[in-house]
Design a protein around this ligand. Structure first.
Ligand code: KIV
Ligand code: ZN
Length: 508
């Protein structure tokens, strides 16, 4: 029997720290349920002390998720630990993940604490966390830039205090694979009772080595990896779950480890996370990119047709790619719609959200003959979003040699308002028409369009990133008309800006 490798997913915590990726409670529940279906062992559902909304979301996830451990992050202080302990209370299996920085630069410049004080705070945090749960994880923030002797000292102390998992984060993405393996070996050898805990890696991707470093840590003795779907995360992101899982599975000859992941759920999970957070997946991204299994060159195509393994080391089906499966059409009823959403793991909680999604499905089916799973994902993203502003109608006139003009009607909490504007292009005119009504004064930071499926009747999916007074939000909109999709995306971003999501950042 191979040993187990535990997958700790932090999409809802570290992933959510990406600019604009803040999620609502309903969106987080949807993703948590999909992560459970995917088979992750631990879901880091958030940072309870960040805001009452974060604590509520963790609590709600702890109530619904039964087949994965639900975890909250907490800094090594009493307030954070108590907030985390309360938030995970309903969980069938709950974990508190407490951390403090251990590198000289962080201790001196950020914490302004002496090493002895850091050890003391870590021990006190772990002891208090143990009053809430037996499952306590301790992280030494910026471990890969910390002194190994000091790390062994603090790890000895927190293991004595009751920590069960020791996490060694490469917080700033500084590590190099062969040194990471040696670092883990050194820590495991130098810590008393190291065999009584699970060692864990948590790598950031600043130098593009997060997955390599995570796998190198595994070679050095780590048996838990912390990662996110699509490698989502602050700056260059975290290690991508799908890449780690498929590397371990495809190269069993090297790693000889088992995970509990149902790999056929990887692509659906990736799509859901992308839709909800407004972070599109780049086409050449390993495993979940649209081109990951596309063979362009004639020689490759010929080889794959003769014998798939000539150019493919894993099958597209094994990670959940379906061949643009036609799922539903105009005549499909509510039950068929509901059961397909259930199969895809994206059934929204509550009849109201389901009804909203079904209404959107009917609207789409009127415009587009064939509805694919991809269309359903974007539909659900819309249906669980919280909406103050809704697009009622849009008319755009665009003609060669003339300045485009947009006229629109939108509903602001049920009240209809009419606006119009000219612009340098139809999208610009549309956004200006919206601003003539909303006057948000936000700055457009990103605008991108993707086709959801192939064919000219495909829906265009637009992502818009807005910044207002330092707050960054993403919005997405999908429609067969990309100007309408753009308007929806802009309004979805505005709806998120108006949500009160003021929260503390755990590492600042
Ligand atoms: O990157 C990091 O150090 C973290 C810790 C809070 C675990 O995310
Ligand atoms: Zn991190």
């Amino acid at each position: 029997m191979s040993e187990r490798l535990y997958l700790f997913d932090t999409t809802l915590r570290d992933g959510e720290q990406s600019p604009g990726a803040a999620m609502t409670r309903e969106e987080k529940i949807l993703i948590a349920r999909q992560l459970e279906k995917l088979g992750v062992d631990i879901i880091e559902a958030g940072f309870a002390a960040a805001s009452p909304g974060d604590a509520e979301a963790i609590h709600a996830i702890a109530e619904v998720v039964k087949d994965a451990t639900v975890c909250s992050l907490a800094r090594a202080n009493e307030r954070d630990i108590r907030a985390a302990g309360e938030a995970i209370k309903p969980a069938a299996s709950g974990r508190i993940h407490t951390f403090i920085a251990t590198s000289p630069i962080h201790m001196e410049k950020k914490l302004r604490m002496q090493p002895d004080q850091v050890v003391e705070a870590a021990v006190a945090a772990v002891k208090l966390a143990r009053e809430y749960t037996d499952d306590v994880e301790f992280s030494a923030e910026d471990a890969l830039r910390s002194e190994p002797d000091f790390l062994c000292r603090i790890f000895d102390a927190v293991i004595q205090a009751g920590a069960r998992t020791i996490n060694v984060p490469d917080t700033v993405g500084y590590a190099v694979p062969h040194l990471t393996t040696a670092f883990f070996r050194r820590l495991i050898e130098g810590t008393a009772d190291s065999d009584k805990v699970i060692w864990s890696a948590h790598c950031h991707n600043d130098l593009g080595m997060a997955v390599s470093n995570s796998l190198a840590a595994v070679m050095g003795g780590a048996r838990q990896v912390e990662c996110t779907i699509n490698g989502l995360g602050e700056r260059a992101g975290n290690a991508a779950l799908e890449e780690i899982v498929m590397a371990v599975r495809t190269r069993r000859d090297v790693f000889d480890l088992e995970t509990r992941i149902d790999t056929t759920q990887i692509v659906p999970t990736s799509k859901l996370v992308s839709t909800v957070t407004g972070y599109p997946v780049q086409p050449n991204k390993a495993i979940v990119g649209a081109n990951a299994f596309a063979h362009e060159s004639g020689i490759h195509q010929d080889g794959v047709l003769k014998h798939r393994e000539t150019y493919e080391i894993m099958s597209a089906e094994s990670v959940g790619w379906t061949h643009n499966k036609l799922t539903l059409g105009k005549l499909s009823g509510r039950n068929a719609f509901r059961s397909r959403l259930q199969e895809l793991g994206i059934l929204p909680a509550g009849e109201e959200a389901l009804n909203a999604a079904f209404a959107r499905f009917k609207e789409l089916a009127d415009k587009k003959r064939e509805i694919y799973d991809e269309d359903l994902f974007s539909l659900i993203g819309d249906a669980v979003a919280t909406e103050r502003y809704k697009l009622v109608s849009l008319k755009v006139v665009s003609e060669t040699g003339e300045q485009p003009r947009a006229q629109l009607v939108l509903s602001d909490e049920g009240r209809e308002c009419h606006g119009e504007s000219v612009g340098s292009g139809p999208v610009d005119a549309t956004f200006k028409a919206i601003e003539s009504l909303v006057a948000s004064g936000s700055e457009l930071q990103l605008y991108s369009v993707n086709a959801i499926t192939s064919g000219t009747d495909s829906q265009g999916e637009v992502t818009v990133r807005l910044q207002q007074h330092g707050k960054v939000v993403n919005g997405q909109g999908a429609d067969t008309d990309i100007i309408v999709a753009s308007a929806k995306a802009y309004l979805s971003a505005l709806n998120r800006i108006t949500l009160d999501t003021v929260r503390a950042h755990p590492q600042v």
